[in-house]
Unconditional design. Structure first.
Length: 429
């Protein structure tokens, strides 16, 4: 049986949480390999709703969860999230949660810089969550990040804080924002150390052992391919690589161990924050999709922009993301709509193109070319087999498969974890 990597195939918020939760019932280990607490997964289990942003979704299933080195970790948020789910009846201890000893930490100065830069950008703001993700990744590649293992070495920690503050306080002062004092940061990190270090582990070693003992691993992506720092709609992207290839680097395994790559896409398209969105609907239909789909960000609470399914963009995500099978979610949101539009390409300066251009100006000019399909009057909500779907819904799914050049292997028909139609078992490879 293969390992499975789950990634978003649009701009995030595709329903990865439910899919990972559903798949986790058959995995032994669930690994987060990139992003931070700027991503959110909502899991509905009976009458309980769990909103996770750092914890791997597998903790809800009682599985071993791993936070890999490709994540940037906010210690305060992690402890707060653990306390929250503990109050809901879950148990999170070093027995079922391990954190890479080399994971970079998000400190209070990171969100401060994040927010100060967004204010300075004014109308050109990128639309970050303001949680310090970008500045933390910048410190990582600049080789000045404080990592979890540093909390065990006070002298090293003190020295690294000097270097970190030299950089950040200079920037904060230039932006007219308050600066940080070393001692307060040092004291707080040393206070947090005994709470965090018991979770620390060389997780690459743990995953290597899991590989040799035949355990199933589920790699849980955050955000989505079109928010990838290299392959997304740059600069309106996140600060990490969200494609499946990063599951290896972000957790410490070889590329062959990633296994089957599952891409998640809604039956329509949404986006939070700024950036190009060719199929966005700023009319009654867009409002209707938002209301039916309860489109508000798990982490930020911001309303999501809504539009028709963009097959051209998803096909691009399939190619660069390494997607082998697609999960289509929220099909039920389209119930009762007379006509459905699918974007098959774009018109840019009078030319038809079959990809989303890398150029910002070209992205903004891109006008969607639509194919119109007949909607369905019946209900797909709660369907658990293909036979329960209206014929027009089946045609819609089949046409998406043709256009994105990947098979739909799972269909989600409601937020409930069991309202899922499996057409192919991802763990079968």
């Amino acid at each position: 049986m293969a390992n499975v990597a789950v990634i978003g195939a649009q701009w995030g918020d595709e329903g990865k949480g439910k899919v990972v939760d559903w798949l986790a019932s058959r995995a032994d280990i669930v690994v987060r390999f990139q992003g931070g607490h700027n991503a959110g997964h909502t899991l509905v289990v009976g009458d309980q709703v769990y909103k996770l942003s750092l914890l791997p979704s597998g903790v809800v299933r009682g599985k071993l969860g791993i936070i890999g080195n490709g994540v940037v970790l906010d210690p305060e948020h992690l402890l707060s999230e653990i306390a929250k789910v503990t109050a809901q009846g879950l148990k999170v201890t070093p027995e079922n949660l391990r954190i890479a000893e080399n994971v970079p930490l998000i400190l209070p100065l990171h969100p401060a810089l994040d927010k100060a830069r967004e204010v300075a950008r004014g109308a050109s703001a990128i639309g970050t969550t303001g949680r310090g993700i970008g500045p933390a990744y910048e410190d990582k590649v600049a080789r000045r990040a404080i990592r979890l293992s540093d909390l065990a070495e006070p002298e090293v920690l003190s020295h690294k804080l000097d270097e970190l503050l030299l950089h950040h306080n200079t920037l904060l002062k230039g932006l007219g924002a308050p600066v940080f004092e070393k001692q307060a940061l040092l004291d707080r990190l040393l206070e947090l150390a005994p709470q965090l270090l018991p979770f620390s582990e060389p997780v690459w070693q743990l995953l290597d052992e899991a590989h040799h003992t035949g355990k199933r691993v589920l790699f849980e992506g955050a955000q989505a391919v079109m928010l990838d720092v290299d392959h997304g709609t740059y600069p309106y992207v996140t600060s990490s690589n969200t494609v499946a290839g990063n599951a290896a680097a972000g957790s410490g395994v070889g590329p062959k161990q990633i296994g089957y790559v599952l891409g998640i896409a809604k039956a329509y398209t949404t986006r939070v924050g700024s950036g190009p969105f060719p199929t966005e609907l700023k009319d009654e239909t867009g409002r209707l999709l938002g209301e039916r789909g309860h489109e508000f960000g798990t982490v930020t609470g911001r309303p999501r922009r809504c539009g028709w399914f963009d097959a051209c963009m998803v096909r691009q995500a399939v190619k660069v993301g390494g997607v082998e099978g697609l999960v289509l979610t929220k099909l039920d949101v389209l119930d009762g709509m007379k006509e459905l539009h699918i974007c098959t390409g774009y018109e840019v300066d009078g030319q038809l193109v079959n990809r989303l251009p890398a150029s910002i100006a070209a992205q903004e000019k891109a006008k969607p070319v639509y194919e119109v399909m007949t909607g369905w009057s019946g209900s797909t909500r709660g369907a658990r087999s293909y036979a329960e779907l209206p014929a027009e819904a089946v045609k819609y799914v089949r046409r998406i498969e043709e256009l994105v050049e990947a098979p739909v292997v799972l269909l989600s028909t409601s937020p409930d974890r069991d309202d899922t139609i499996m057409l192919r078992d991802p763990f079968a490879g």
